[in-house]
Design a protein around this ligand. Structure first.
Ligand code: F6P
Length: 327
């Protein structure tokens, strides 16, 4: 078995609150285990450009509470090319890195798997994305914080919605997954929730909002995931409803990237801390080509190909819960 003396850590893809806590955990676990640790800047781009810095326990002081990622991140096109990956591997050799820990989402893991196959370098992934859309883990780092950011924002929108008797459409992130929309929607008491996994249809949405209005609701909130399946964007949906439900004044609020920022919740900090320690321990014990996950509160390993190909399903029962509670 290869003896790992030096590990590189990077964050890649969309940033997520708690990535810093994960970096801190990886760095300190390496120091604890007497393994050298190098931070790679700007994700895979930093491997290609040789942007790396040696880290120690003090390099990660005072970051557990910080959003974003001190290592910076990027969605790296060059790493999709063989030439780019070859450059990255040359830099890995030059810097004597024996293994990598990559923190990110499915794009990050797909790249890791290809790289691992080409150059046989041991790699473990840590899931960091607000979308929670990764198979092989019940939670990704950043998801819980994003949910709290969304419900705090919707609570504020509710104040103004009530004051004006308005119907608000709130768009949240999630191109392919409705985890944020569904859970934040229930948490914020939304009337309706549109997710990519189920096509509610505009007619049913209209009927439901008409019913709500008739039952005495003077304002309402509809949460719409970016990738919902009506085939219309949030502004088009809102304008269709406004035309057909003149009883309400309609407004749209797009939450956008504010969902990705902010101080991580305690849940995300603890999750990131546990995953970082586990990733270093597993790499040192010879594991590779896998992603760390959390299932029933236990740390687990899932092969990268499964994590990429598998689908992280929403809990369909939550749709029922939302329907019952939004009468
Ligand atoms: O994957 C995380 C995510 O925030 C998605 O929810 C969103 O669709 C996407 O990233 C936005 O990406 P970018 O910041 O590159 O525009």
């Amino acid at each position: 078995m290869l003896v790992i003396k030096k590990i590189g850590v990077l964050t890649s893809g969309g940033d997520a609150p708690g990535m810093n806590a994960a970096v801190r955990s990886v760095v300190r676990s390496c120091v604890y285990n007497k393994v050298e640790i190098v931070g790679v800047l700007f994700g895979y781009q930093g491997l290609i450009d040789g942007k790396m810095r040696v880290m120690n326990a003090r390099s990660v002081n005072n970051i557990i509470n910080k959003g974003g990622t001190i290592l910076k991140t990027a969605r790296c096109e060059e790493f999709r090319t063989e030439k780019g990956r070859k450059k990255a591997h040359d830099n890995i050799k030059k810097n004597n890195l024996d293994a990598l820990i990559v923190i990110g989402g499915d794009g990050t893991f797909t790249a890791a798997m290809i790289f691992q196959k080409e150059f046989s370098i041991p790699i473990l992934g840590i899931p960091g994305t607000i979308d929670n859309d990764i198979y092989g883990t019940q939670y990704t780092i950043g998801y819980d914080t994003a949910l709290n950011t969304v419900i705090n924002a919707i609570d504020k929108i509710r104040d103004t919605a009530i004051s004006h008797n308005r119907l608000f459409f709130v768009e949240v992130m999630g191109r392919d997954a409705g985890h944020i929309a569904l859970n934040a929607g229930i948490g914020a008491g939304a009337e309706e929730i549109l997710v990519p996994e189920a096509n509610m249809g505009l007619e049913r949405l209209l009927d439901s909002l008409k019913r709500s209005e008739k039952s005495g609701k003077s304002s309402s909130i509809v949460v719409v995931a970016e990738g919902d399946k009506t085939g219309k964007n949030v502004f088009e949906i809102a304008s269709y409803i406004e035309k057909n439900l003149p009883e309400y004044e309609v407004r749209v609020s797009v939450m956008g990237h504010m969902q990705r920022g902010g101080s991580p919740s305690c849940f995300d900090r603890v999750l990131a801390s546990r995953m970082g320690v586990y990733a270093v321990e597993k790499l040192l014990s010879g594991e590779s080509n896998s992603m760390i996950g959390i299932i029933n509160n236990e740390m687990t390993l899932c092969p990268l190909d499964k994590a990429i190909k598998g689908k992280s399903e929403i809990n369909k029962n939550l749709i029922r819960v939302s329907d019952i509670l939004s009468i």
